[in-house]
Design a protein. Structure first.
Lengths: 642, 315
């Protein structure tokens, strides 16, 4: 990275601006606490300031319910989209069924082998084998069909938008806040309008998945287009290319690697919607998890969760490997180029034919399946019986010592003092623009009529974020200092990121009691991998010269870490912090499923009880909290870089 | 050269797609000729799943229909009936607001008659709590015992554990209007609530929580209902002013209106479907406690209760 030189300079400069800023920040917090002590409970958010969005949304909801059979908006608009999307998913699903399992495996292996090399072909074969062995073949295919269709649509919409955003600054400025909104709105909050407009089942589920998966497609494509070296563009322009030639012959080919990263991230976002989609009737692996949970059968849920992890990891590895492939590593001989894939295609077709002739019932053989449910349930039971005392103590300390005091300060302080504190923090850490945006954002949560829930949620997000950043920082540094450790934790991090939280929510409740603690722990589990990866990456990215110089001057390992590596990696550490907070925020609604209450409960309750206004306003408030936390932490990161 | 390779690859891909689409088309048409499909909502509690299991088993094996079960929450299920995606809800718990919107006003949905199951919603404590404090079953004594139920989450008050956010509930209003010194902790999902109750039960600790019958957990744990002020007709009319117990629910079936006209024998069968709490609990117990497959549990019940289900089959 080219930024490491100025970064080093900034860190070496004695008495940089950071201590100065952090003193100010602590001052702001001190004023807030003093204000709370003096005035707590005296200034609740005035109900007169509620802008009344919630009842208006409820009215809109009723209008749609009563008019969706007659309004042209539905007859000629949403209903067509719904039918079209439903058919697309059904076609893909039927296609996978028609291939039969040997056919699907063969096609998957051939495609993976062609785009990503033979190692990935093996990975694909193992993944497909696991679906069958776990007895989840049919549901895996339903999920795969929904994922393939949704990712396809997300890319068809997202990549062109990304290209435009990469070329036109103004367009980029307009779409960025929209993308931010799409990503911070909890996925559970999307479901309600989707069901209202598109009906239940695959159409609504695929729209929700597409909406959630588009942002990375747009963002990363824009980044890719902007990353094309200007020299290449100038050279072609001087040769008289038209702008479309420039796009298709120069920009897109040069941006190919990064665009494949966009594909990869789009898939990963879509995968995180599998269980959520099953809540509105999309079926597939999510159903298995959801239904196992209603019987508190963690083992069965874990089994389906494992299939999701395997699917996600396989898709991730294959697209990643495809992105890393360069011209040089592509097969060179004619045989490898045409012969091998040709044989593959023939084999795949043969497998489909054999499958259709020999396996008319199209099911993966039951006899081959194994179940891990029973032993897993035994382990969960044992854990519950044997570590119960320790976890009770942790819950008590966290709730009495951390959650309650923090919530009291935020909810009971005068509302104007909280807004002022946010503005001041924004100003100190990020400058006046940040101050204005975050101040408006936090004020908006009150205007939506959900001030105290928002403050409750904010207190929980802060606690979970601090835990995530603390634990993630330590593990990340450890990973950066040991290749072996890094290699060991990599698959664990993959699983933590892709395993649906629904699977581990129940064991966490069994250990820590329903309430804010299990919700925070679930959030930490989900957010840790990103922080660990970024910290690891940041510390490893510190320029070798600086490390060598310090070692030559006789620093020991700890001095090296605290005096050189961490200060030099400060900017990346702050990015890790920002991403950690955003991931914690993404779990607010899920946390409500185990007793977090507050805004998340508003989202879940609104969805389940048709309280559209409450659900949407709670979702919006989460977006505003996200905006505030994002701006402040990004502002701090920017300041650290200068 | 690049172009030619692309062309060749494209041709190969197109061939595969055409070939497989042909197969797919054949499969779908084949499936359709086998019989009509009944689309049934599958709500998340196990009692409902027991209904769905037996009904689908009989529809498939006796009447030769295809059944598609769609996992969905209660409220979206009503919308799906309105939108025509689903045909039937097998076990409905009241929902006066939805009845008003869709049955009375829009007239797209109709009441499908009773299932025979009686639903009870209420506040429960484990039996060992009642053994120690017999007078706790009267709601007037709840405040006396509030400190028993204290947890870190409920602070200085007693903890009342709420149920799934998708279920019918007046708990917040009840606590306020009966002036109870309790704090609702929203378990947030049925799974979380049951996990929590089971944990407290194992440790023989006090617990006060929202629950309902018929429910499979009653086969595992002994729980006693608290007597809240008696339900009288209309005492729960204003959700904010409720200060009485939940009504007894006569659970009913809900049909899409179009289904009553085109549903044929499947409709007749579902209309006739009627059984007891014990029947449902037997099947639900097999599914939840013995870990049996939905179909296997249905088969076992069907094989031994012919006289009951014979009456449902339309002549």
């Amino acid at each position: 990275m080219t930024t490491s030189a100025p970064r080093a300079a900034a860190a070496v400069r004695p008495g940089g601006r950071l201590p100065h800023r952090s003193v100010w920040a602590v001052g702001v917090l001190a004023v807030l606490v003093v204000g709370y002590a003096a005035l707590h409970g005296a200034f609740p958010f005035p109900s007169g300031l509620d802008i009344g969005l919630s009842p208006r949304l409820d009215a809109a909801y009723q209008w749609v319910v009563h008019n969706r059979d007659v309004s042209p908006l539905f007859l000629y608009g949403f209903n067509y989209i719904s039918v079209g999307l439903g058919s697309l998913v059904t076609i893909v699903d039927n296609l996978l069924t028609a291939f039969t399992w040997p056919g699907v495996v063969a096609v998957g292996v051939v495609v993976a082998g062609r785009v990503a090399g033979w190692r990935m072909a093996v990975v694909t074969a193992v993944a497909f084998g696991l679906f069958g062995v776990l007895g989840l073949w049919d549901d895996s295919m339903t999920t795969l069909a929904l994922m393939l269709s949704s990712v396809l649509i997300a890319l068809i919409i997202g990549v062109p938008l990304g290209i435009v955003a990469g070329r036109v600054d103004r367009f980029q400025r307009i779409v960025t806040p929209i993308l931010d909104f799409m990503q911070t709105m909890p996925s559970l909050a999307y479901l309600m309008p989707m069901v209202l407009l598109f009906g239940i089942g695959t159409p609504a589920a695929s729209v929700a998945t597409v909406v959630y998966a588009i942002p990375p497609a747009v963002r990363i494509t824009a980044l890719a287009i902007r990353g094309v070296p200007p020299a290449a563009v100038e050279a072609t322009t001087s040769m008289g290319s038209t702008s479309s030639q420039l796009l298709f012959k120069v920009r897109l080919p040069l941006a190919r690697r990064t665009i494949l990263l966009a594909v990869n991230q789009t898939i990963m976002m879509a995968m995180s919607m599998v269980v959520v989609a099953s809540i509105i009737g999309a079926g597939g692996l999510g159903d298995d998890i959801y239904q196992a949970l209603s019987k508190v059968n963690v083992g069965t849920a874990l089994q389906a969760g494992l299939a999701i992890v395997v699917l996600a990891v396989a898709l991730d590895r294959v697209t990643n490997a495809a992105g890393r492939r360069t011209k040089a590593s592509a097969p060179r001989t004619t045989w490898a180029r045409y012969g091998l894939p040709g044989v593959g295609v023939v084999a795949a077709v043969a497998a489909i034919v054999v499958g259709r002739v020999a396996l008319p019932d199209e099911a993966f053989p039951d006899s081959a399946s194994v179940s891990i449910a029973a032993p897993v349930n035994d382990v969960v039971d044992w854990l519950q019986g044997h570590v119960g005392g320790a976890t009770d103590a942790i819950t008590r300390v966290l709730v009495d010592g951390v959650f309650d005091p923090l919530r009291a300060v935020l909810t009971d302080s005068p509302w104007w003092l909280v807004v002022a504190a946010v503005v001041a923090l924004g100003a100190v850490l990020g400058g006046y623009r940040v101050a204005i945006t975050s101040g408006v954002a936090v004020l908006l949560t009150g205007l939506l009529g959900v001030w105290s829930s928002s403050m409750d949620t904010l207190s929980q997000v802060i606690v979970a974020s601090v835990l995530t950043i603390g634990i993630g920082g330590v593990i990340g540094v450890a990973a950066a200092r040991s290749d072996v450790f890094a290699a060991i934790i990599r698959p664990i991090l993959d699983a933590m990121q892709t395993m649906p939280a629904f699977v581990y929510l129940i064991p966490v409740v069994a250990l820590f009691d329903a309430g804010r603690t299990p919700a925070a722990i679930a959030a930490v589990i989900y957010a840790l991998p990103v922080v660990i990866r970024l910290v690891n990456d940041g510390v490893r990215g510190v320029s070798r010269t600086a490390v060598e110089a310090a070692t030559a001057l006789g620093s020991n390992r700890w001095q090296l870490l605290f005096k050189v590596q961490l200060p030099l990696a400060r900017a990346s550490l702050l990015v890790a912090m920002n991403q950690g907070i955003m991931m914690v925020l993404a779990m607010v609604a899920i946390g409500a499923l185990v007793g977090a209450g507050a805004l998340g409960y508003g989202v879940v309750f609104g969805l389940a009880q048709n309280q559209f206004g409450l659900g949407m306003c709670s979702g919006l408030a989460i977006v505003f909290l996200g905006t505030m936390l994002d701006r402040i932490s990004q502002g701090a990161a920017r300041a650290a870089r200068h | 050269m690049n172009y030619r390779r692309g062309l060749r690859r494209g041709t190969a891909l197109a061939m595969v797609v055409v070939l497989s689409a042909g197969c797919a088309a054949k499969t779908t048409s084949g499936a359709d000729s086998g019989g009509k499909t009944v689309n049934i909502a599958l709500n998340s509690w196990v009692g409902y799943e027991a209904d769905a299991a037996v009904v689908s088993y009989l529809l498939e094996h006796e009447l030769h229909y295809k059944v598609k079960l769609t996992q969905i929450d209660e409220q979206p299920a009503w919308q799906a009936l309105d939108q025509g995606t689903l045909d039937v809800i097998l076990e409905n718990w009241g929902h006066a607001d939805l009845v008003k919107t869709y049955i009375d006003q829009k007239k797209t949905i109709v009441d499908g008659g009773l299932t025979g199951n009686k639903g009870v919603i209420g506040w429960y404590v484990p039996k060992y709590v009642v053994d120690q404090h017999p007078d706790i079953t009267n709601w007037k004594n709840l405040n006396k015992y509030a400190s028993l139920f204290r947890t870190p989450e409920s602070g200085s008050k007693g903890q009342f554990l709420g149920g799934s956010p998708s279920y019918v509930t007046n708990d917040k209003a009840l606590i306020k209007n009966l002036k109870l010194n309790y704090q609702i902790v929203y378990a947030g999902s049925e799974a979380a609530e049951i996990t929590q109750v089971k944990k407290l039960y194992k440790e023989k600790k006090p617990a006060l929580f929202y629950f309902y019958t018929p429910q499979w957990l009653f086969n595992q744990l002994q729980m006693v209902k608290i007597n809240l002020p008696k339900y009288t007709n209309g005492c729960d009319a204003d959700p904010k002013k409720v200060a009485c117990d939940y009504p007894a629910y006569d659970l009913n079936k809900i049909f899409r209106k179009g289904f009553t006209k085109t549903g044929g024998k499947a409709y007749q069968f579902l209309k006739n479907f009627h059984w007891t709490n014990k029947d449902q609990n037997d099947v639900a117990g097999m599914i939840a406690n013995q870990g049996m497959d939905r179909d296997a549990a249905a088969k076992k019940w069907v094989d031994t209760h012919k006289s009951i289900w014979q009456a449902w089959i339309p002549k």
